[in-house]
Design a protein around this ligand. Structure first.
Ligand code: PMP
Length: 352
């Protein structure tokens, strides 16, 4: 029997995607060849790449002023890629420090220009999303991590500012509608809401590139990949294909607005239980900061933790352990998780 998979990433994908993706490994579109053995320049794969790009555009409202790229190196590479392409030595970028991943992005940016950390919840172990900060008009960009996978916090909205936002959306892209015009650059490792690990989706405003004097290695220059439609070198063919299937699934299931509704319903179910069940408590400081993607909580009595984990295993619930750096529990409920899996978890919490 298929388990209820609450893994934080690589994470759950729709069952129909697993079925179609495994068939394509044997025989892709009746070609008599596996998708794993055809050229990335074949017309069959170019069609996949084009459809994947169009799906990203449709799901994020990205018009022709934005480029959509499929890169490698994970979201972690975007921590340096973005400032290398956008931040000159005399520029200042503002960063909002809301977790481990933001902190890593800040460290990388400092190698390329000036960095102002406008707000940070580090002193409170990243248990909330700061709201009380000014955004100076001179900033080259404002960097945010929309959803903090490790700490279970999420920016419920994005500030209204003329400063373009650069956003790490690794763990909540395609989970809700976006006001794309606020963003100069969005990047996301695919392995939560887009597809499997191995590809990073980048959406970047084209007119923003090419303004720096810095030498940028060819592979690390967004313009290289724009010019060559993400095929300057061999792209991650299979992750792109599975991402395309997953984005088709999102589209067929009502698009990002429907995903937002689904995700809100799942999050409400689990947070209501955390708040009403005396055996558990949430780790996020206020409702405003709570993530719809990753709900983090602990047992009120630490001594219950192992028993609760065993009860989850008994109920075929996988991936519920918190990030190794924070402990406790984390229920990751990305787009393709069904409400019934969250009900199964809540049921274990109630019985416990
Ligand atoms: N940003 C966020 C918000 C993440 O959750 C992660 C981890 N999946 C990363 C960045 C790093 O991603 P990657 O492993 O693709 O480099």
């Amino acid at each position: 029997m298929k388990k209820h998979n609450f893994s934080a990433g690589p994470a759950i994908l729709p069952e129909s995607v697993f079925a179609e993706a495994s068939e394509a490994v044997r025989d892709f579109n009746g070609m008599g060849l596996s998708i794993l053995e055809i050229s990335h320049r074949s017309k069959q794969f170019v069609a996949v790449l084009e459809e994947a790009e169009q799906l990203v555009r449709d799901l994020t409202d990205a018009g022709e002023d934005y480029a959509v790229l499929f890169l490698t190196g994970g979201a972690s590479s975007q921590f340096f890629y973005a400032p290398m392409n956008l931040l000159g030595p005399d520029h200042t970028a503002g960063y909002i420090d809301t977790g481990t991943w933001s902190a890593k992005a800040i460290k990388e940016a400092k190698a390329f220009g000036q960095v102002e950390v406008l707000a940070s919840s580090a002193a409170d172990n990243y248990t909330y999303i700061p709201t009380d900060y000014e955004i100076p008009a001179h900033l080259r960009y404002l960097h945010m991590t929309s959803n903090n996978t490790v700490f279970g916090t999420q920016h419920p909205d994005f500030p209204d500012t003329n400063v373009p936002i650069v956003c790490d959306m690794s763990s909540d892209i395609l989970s809700r509608p976006l006001d794309l015009h606020k963003f100069g650059l969005i990047y996301a490792g695919a392995q939560k809401n887009i597809g499997p690990a191995g590809v990073t989706v980048v959406i970047v405003r084209k007119d923003w590139l090419g303004e720096l004097k810095r030498h940028i290695p060819t592979m690390l220059d967004y313009r290289t990949h724009i010019k060559k439609n993400s095929s300057f070198n061999t792209p991650p063919v299979y992750p792109i294909y599975v991402s395309m299937l997953t984005m088709r699934w999102v589209t067929e299931n009502g698009g990002v607005a429907a995903m937002a509704e689904r995700n809100a319903a799942k999050a409400k179910l689990v947070y209501d239980e955390i708040d009403s069940n005396p055996r558990f408590k949430g780790t996020v400081a206020n409702a405003y900061s709570r993530s719809t993607m990753n709900a983090t909580f602990v047992c009120t009595d630490e001594a219950d933790s192992d028993k609760f984990l065993a009860a989850c295993q008994e109920a075929d619930i996988n991936g519920i352990k918190g990030h190794r750096s924070v402990g406790g529990f984390r229920a990751s409920m990305y787009n393709s998780m069904e409400l019934k899996s969250v009900e199964a978890l809540v049921n274990v919490m109630q019985t416990f």
